[in-house]
Design a protein around this ligand. Structure first.
Ligand SMILES: *Cc1c(COP(=O)(O)O)cnc(C)c1O
Ligand SMILES: [Zn+2]
Length: 421
């Protein structure tokens, strides 16, 4: 029996005006008001325990397309109607703990969810597997994005797997070498825009419809669905016992939005009863969202962004409205870290034998600030998300080794000289 009030399994809703559209609508903004879209799913028609049992079973399940993906393991909460999945697979990233970083930050137990372990080296793969699966689902021929680098690398890889053409716009001179190399190697058409990321973003949004490409920046609500699984997976790793705080670098604000949505849904489905506080960390000279937080989000801020952390060098973040909701609903905080603090935190993560790219270290710098200003109570557990791999940005800090002649005495002299430095 079916009722006229029955909902489809998934649909899209504009978070600004409430306008609804079908799940396979290729528009990545509201057709009525231009607002941001959000994917909604009917609550799974199984119990909470059955849902968690499936997640557990799939975690150790057989290898094969999607089977051990840390994204598709949670498909009921991500894209329940997916059939032809484009998966590397991705996710299944570790939750690391190092005493050296507890000492550095002053946090009793700091856990690091290292998203640099994804196939192209950043969390962007979690959103991209869902975004490119959706592209195939709606019959797109070509996909596109503007990028500070990691979205480009990820889009290029998943588009190649799905045999779709990929168009990438990057800010000229504003992308780390490792990321650009990936996008080119995977076969994307890459153009360097004379301008910054915000100019590239505006251009790809303005030209997308005209060029007939499906836009896969994180304005695309399916990217957000995939990125929710950072939260799902880390909570599964903690036996569904939420930490007190989750700290993440904040640039275009896709992750903050995804984290807020994931936590809201998990609470609504009865999986968790307590919501962790989200902390977004921006670079001090690329901090429009922190300025918004400071004035209670009364106005929307934009800045000309400048920071060594190129992945968060963004002055006009696309997912602003969704991220405001995430901060409000989780009693969240937005902090800033200076470039010096970011590079200092990166050195600490690197020396602990873990390593990450500069933007990722903003999370550790932010966690350290929280502890130093006494906002973390004794016994509170903190998870910081490391968003990208060390090798993404190998030029920071400069690493030219001292050149020596191939003799034992030259080596000895060089070692002595280095020890004196
Ligand atoms: C994309 C990216 C970010 C920024 O994430 P948003 O979701 O845009 O806020 C941070 N760090 C790295 C390494 C990234 O690639
Ligand atoms: Zn709308």
């Amino acid at each position: 029996m079916s009722f006229s009030t029955d909902r489809p399994r998934s649909w899209q809703t504009c978070i600004a005006c409430g306008n609804e559209t079908v799940d396979i609508d290729p528009a990545t903004r509201c057709r009525q008001c231009g607002g941001l879209l959000e994917v909604r799913h009917r609550a799974p028609d199984i119990t909470r325990d059955e849902l968690l049992r499936r997640f557990t079973e799939r975690r150790g399940g057989p290898r094969g397309a999607g089977a051990t993906s840390g994204v598709w393991r949670f498909r009921e909460l991500v894209m329940p109607s997916a059939e032809l999945i484009v998966s590397h697979p991705e996710g299944n990233t570790p939750l690391l703990h190092r005493t050296a970083l507890d000492e550095y930050t002053g946090i009793p137990e700091l856990l690091l969810k290292h998203e640099g372990y994804n196939p192209t080296g950043s969390f962007k793969d979690r959103g991209m597997t869902v975004g490119v699966t959706q592209a195939v689902r709606i019959g797109a021929r070509a996909v596109a994005c503007a990028s500070t680098g990691n979205t480009a690398a990820s889009l290029a890889a998943y588009a190649a797997q799905a045999r779709l053409a990929a168009l990438v716009l990057v800010p000229a001179g504003g992308v780390a070498a490792g990321k650009l190399a990936q996008a080119v190697a995977y076969g994307a058409q890459v153009f360097a825009v004379r301008g910054d990321f915000d100019d590239s973003m505006r251009l790809v949004e303005e030209s997308g419809a005209r060029l007939g490409v499906y836009l896969l920046n994180s304005v695309n609500p399916y990217r957000i669905e995939g990125q929710k699984t950072i939260i799902l997976e880390l909570l599964q790793q903690l036996a569904w016992e939420p930490p007190a705080w989750i700290v993440v670098p904040a640039g275009n604000l896709g992750n903050l939005s995804a984290f807020g949505k994931a936590l809201r849904e998990l609470r609504d489905y009865g999986v968790i009863s307590r919501i962790p506080r989200l902390v977004g960390v921006q670079a001090a000279a690329a901090a429009p969202f922190a300025a918004g937080f400071a004035d209670g989000f009364r106005t929307r801020h934009t800045v000309r962004a400048e920071t060594v952390a190129s992945a968060i060098r963004i002055g006009n973040p696309a997912s602003w409205d969704r991220a405001v909701q995430a901060i409000r609903e989780t009693d969240g905080i937005v902090l800033t870290a200076t470039d010096d603090e970011i590079l200092d935190a990166k050195a600490a993560v690197d020396r602990a034998g873990i390593g990450c790219e500069p933007a990722s270290a903003a999370a550790v710098a932010g966690a350290r600030q929280l502890a130093r200003t006494g906002r973390i109570a004794p016994g509170e557990r903190v998870v910081a998300v490391l968003t990208g791999h060390l090798l993404k940005d190998p030029g920071l800090p400069a690493t030219e080794p001292v050149a020596i002649e191939p003799t034992v005495s030259a080596l000895e002299r060089a070692i002595d000289a280095a020890a004196r430095d």
